[in-house]
Ligand binder design. Structure first.
Ligand SMILES: C[S@@+](CC[C@H](N)C(=O)[O-])C[C@H]1O[C@@H](n2cnc3c(N)ncnc32)[C@H](O)[C@@H]1O
Ligand SMILES: Nc1nc2[nH]cc(C(=O)O)c2c(=O)[nH]1
Ligand code: SF4
Ligand SMILES: [Mg+2]
Length: 193
């Protein structure tokens, strides 16, 4: 759908330079999705793997973030292999609702009520990022925290339109449950992509 060089705005790698590759197509249907333009499979031009790798290298980026849409609706083995052959770190942003492909340095799993993650991705996640849209999402997120690996980082991120109401609840929750950390969508505050 689009590719751009910016800083990672969310989660563990927040603040690091990152080349984003946003792949078209998603069948999850989150009501609050902030990139609904990505949902169509047909509306976006196809780009060769080599062209994507060249763009990342040309930008002098050392880390690529593959996102979407739901990137796991594509076979990500060729793209991640080519990126790694060129010494580029491979990170993914995924709902985990489709089978895992690709070779990853970092897997950010953001589970969704609208189409739940597949069981096999949970122990492989490096980061669990739960979006908090209402107060029931804390208990909902804990079921996934119980299934990830011990080293997996745990983040609570306010849904953007509810951030004013949810952020204070998240702060209170983290004070009582300090295994969780706050993730804010930094890029939206500083107006970068
Ligand atoms: C647009 S999604 C694309 C990747 C994948 N489909 C997923 O949902 O993880 C990228 C990240 O943005 C988060 N996100 C999407 N809409 C959001 C919103 N309105 N507020 C906060 N986070 C949001 C998702 O949970 C995910 O972590
Ligand atoms: N700067 C920036 N950081 C991000 N982290 C995850 C994003 C995504 O949409 O996957 C995203 C994004 O769209 N922009
Ligand atoms: S899974 Fe990701 S891209 Fe798909 S609708 Fe939900 S937030 Fe948007
Ligand atoms: Mg985004």
């Amino acid at each position: 759908m689009e590719h751009f060089y910016t800083i990672q705005g969310e989660g563990f790698h927040q603040g690091r330079a990152a080349y984003f590759v946003r792949l078209g197509g998603c069948d999850v249907g989150c009501t609050w999705c902030d990139v609904k333009d990505s949902w169509s499979f047909d509306a976006h031009p196809l780009l060769a793997t080599e062209a994507i790798v060249a763009a990342v290298k040309n930008a002098k980026a050392t880390m690529a973030v593959i996102t979407g849409g739901e990137p796991l609706l594509h076979d990500l083995n060729p793209l991640t292999a080519a990126l790694r052959e060129n010494g580029i770190e491979t990170n993914i942003e995924t709902s985990g609702s489709a089978p895992l492909t690709g070779t990853w340095d970092w897997i950010c799993l953001s589970p969704k009520k609208f189409k739940q993650p597949r069981a096999e991705i949970l122990p492989k996640a490096n980061e669990l990022k739960v979006i908090v849209y209402n107060k029931t999402d804390f208990a909902w997120g804990e079921q996934f925290a119980a299934q990830v690996a011990p080293h997996c980082k745990l983040y609570l991120q306010p849904e953007w339109s509810k951030a004013d109401a949810m952020t204070p609840l998240i702060v209170d929750y983290i004070k009582q449950n300090p295994q969780w950390e706050l993730s804010l969508q930094l890029h939206k505050y500083i107006n970068v992509p």
